[in-house]
Design a protein around this ligand. Sequence first.
Ligand SMILES: Cc1cc2nc3c(=O)[nH]c(=O)nc-3n(C[C@H](O)[C@H](O)[C@H](O)COP(=O)(O)O)c2cc1C
Length: 190
Amino acid sequence: MNQQFRVIFKQNFVDNGIMVTVISGTNRKGSMTLQVALLCAKILKEKGEEVKVLDLFDLPHDFVFSALYGNKNAAFDSILDEYIYAADKLVVLSPEYNGGFSGVLKAFIDGWNPRMLRNQKIALVGVASGRSGNLRGLDYMTNVFHYLRLHVYPDKVPVSAVHTLGSDEGIHDASTKKVLDNMLSGFVAY
Ligand SMILES: Cc1cc2nc3c(=O)[nH]c(=O)nc-3n(C[C@H](O)[C@H](O)[C@H](O)COP(=O)(O)O)c2cc1C
């Protein structure tokens, strides 16, 4: 099979009807977590997956006051419908902020309706400028998602010293790409 035919074959026949949402778990402008999330999305697309990316910067900026605890916010609800409830699998990335996962991600999750979740499978990636790659945040996210009856993929990836791996224009580090590729290959089959 030549390369061109191989690409067409992949585009037409590897569609398994699964939709994966990749969530960049911060609203910080210039976020490195977003760059790692975009890399995950690219890798998943290369594997033939249908992928959507949700950058928490794109949430309604007042959602903490207008969309939680039963308050109705149509823009927030349509984001949940499209990116969370319709997804078969989620890849959730969180930066390490003060030794844990980000507050905006927890507030976003607090806006989910647990009855609309469908025991989705979920992969976790931590991103930090420090050495731990948000290991504590990965553990806490695991507890929260288990509480919501989601299936957390056991191979979680801590990305440490992220500023040495790329810039806010992209991640260029080959070994990070390889680790994420290995994890996502397993997650696609999970
Ligand atoms: C409020 C805040 C708290 C942070 N706390 C930590 C921390 O506890 N440990 C760490 O390694 N990096 C910490 N960082 C740095 C982030 O890990 C770093 O910015 C990294 O690039 C991931 O976050 P980003 O997606 O916002 O870029 C913190 C950054 C912010 C904005």
